[in-house]
Design a protein around this ligand. Structure first.
Ligand code: UTP
Length: 300
C-alpha cells in the first residue's frame, strides 16, 4: 500500500439531476427515492459506500431534496407509534437508514452537470482522495465493486473509475475509455476518455459506470472545465485531463466490473432491478417467483 495516500473515508453521492427520463414520477420526487422492492434506490447506494468502509457521506441535492434528507434522518413520530405497537421489526427498518452513516448535504442550485455536482463537494472533501457514487446507479449488493476500487487506488494512487463492457450499439449512452492492460486481470490503465461517442468513434466498448475514486486534483481541473456535451460540465472531460497528464493527480486506472448493475433512472433497468432483487429476497422471493413463472408461462 502507498502510505502517502490517506485512507479514503468520504463518499460523495450526486443526486441533483432532473430525472427527466422518469417523468412524471420524478416531477415532485427525486428519482433516487423511487423504491426498489421496499427500499429507496438511494439507500442501496449509501449501504454500498458504508460496506466499502466509507461512512462519511455527502449528498449533492437539488430541487425536491427534502425526501432524501428525511429518509436518512430520524422520524420520531413513526418510531414512537411503532414502539407503542411493539412492532420491533418495522421499527428496526425505520431506524436502519438513519443509523447508517454520517450524512451531509450540499445543494447544487442549478443542475449544471455531473462535473459541477462533484465540484460542489470540494469544501467538504478537502485534499483527500474520495469516492463518488451516482445516486441512480445500483450495484447489486452481492457483487462488491467499490471496495475493490478503493484497494486499487491505495495500491496505485491517482484515480480509479469503474468500467463495464457493453455492446457497441450501447456505447453512445456512456462515457467510453481507451485502455491498456495491466498485470491485474481486472485492472486497466486508462489513457483517454470520450463522453457518449458514436459507435464508429468509440475507442473501445468499455463504458464508464457510476463509481469513481478520485484524486482531489480533479477539483482544480473541474474549476477550469468549460461546459461540454449537452452544455453541462462533464466529469468525463475533467477525468480525461487527469488521464492525459499523469504529473497532475497521478494516473487513472479502471476496474472492470462483471457483476450486476442497474441504472435506476432508466425505466427498463429499474423494472429489471426490482424483479431480480425481489426474486432473490428470502421473505418475498418464493411467492414472487412462483407467480412470475406462471405469469411468464401465460404470456409466452
Ligand atoms: P443523469 O444524466 O443520469 O441524471 O446524471 P439526470 O440528468 O437526472 O437524468 P435524466 O437523463 O434527466 O433522466 C447522472 C447522475 O448525476 C447526477 C444525477 O442525479 C445522477 O445521479 N447529476 C446530474 C447531478 O447531481 N447534477 C447534475 O447537474 C447532473
Amino acid at each position: 500500500m502507498t502510505q502517502s495516500h490517506p485512507r479514503i473515508s468520504k463518499a460523495v453521492i450526486p443526486a441533483a439531476g432532473l430525472g427527466t427520463r422518469f417523468l412524471p414520477a420524478t416531477k415532485a420526487t427525486p428519482k433516487e427515492m423511487l423504491p426498489v422492492v421496499d427500499k429507496p434506490a438511494i439507500q442501496y447506494v449509501v449501504e454500498e459506500a458504508v460496506s466499502a468502509g466509507l461512512d462519511d457521506v455527502l449528498m449533492i441535492t437539488g430541487r425536491n431534496k427534502r425526501p432524501l434528507e428525511d429518509h436518512f434522518d430520524r422520524n420520531y413520530e413513526l418510531e414512537s407509534a411503532l414502539q407503542k405497537k411493539g412492532d420491533a421489526g418495522r421499527l428496526a427498518k425505520v431506524q436502519e437508514s438513519s443509523d447508517l452513516a454520517t450524512m451531509h448535504y450540499v445543494r447544487q442550485g442549478d443542475p449544471r452537470g455531473l462535473g459541477h455536482a462533484v465540484l460542489c463537494a470540494a469544501p467538504h472533501v478537502g485534499h483527500e482522495p474520495f469516492a463518488v457514487l451516482l445516486g441512480d446507479d445500483l450495484i447489486d449488493p452481492r457483487d462488491p465493486l467499490l471496495a475493490r476500487m478503493v484497494e486499487v487506488q491505495e495500491q496505485r494512487g491517482g484515480s480509479v473509475i469503474a468500467l463495464m463492457e457493453v455492446a457497441p450499439e450501447q456505447i453512445h449512452l456512456y462515457g467510453c475509455a481507451a485502455v491498456d492492460p495491466t498485470d491485474d486481470a481486472d485492472v486497466v490503465k486508462v489513457h483517454d476518455l470520450v463522453e457518449k461517442p458514436a459507435a464508429a468513434d468509440a475507442p473501445s466498448n468499455y463504458a464508464i459506470i457510476g463509481r469513481y475514486v478520485l484524486d482531489p486534483h480533479i477539483f482544480d481541473i473541474l474549476r477550469k472545465t468549460e461546459p461540454g456535451r449537452g452544455n453541462e460540465i462533464q466529469l468525463t472531460d475533467a477525468l480525461q485531463q487527469l488521464a492525459a497528464d499523469e504529473k497532475v493527480g497521478g494516473p487513472v486506472h479502471g476496474v472492470v466490473f462483471k457483476g450486476r448493475r442497474y441504472d435506476t433512472g432508466d425505466r427498463g433497468d429499474y423494472l429489471r432491478a426490482i424483479v431480480r432483487l425481489a426474486c432473490e429476497r428470502e421473505d418475498l422471493g418464493p411467492d414472487f417467483r412462483t407467480w412470475l413463472r406462471s405469469y411468464v408461462a401465460e404470456e409466452m
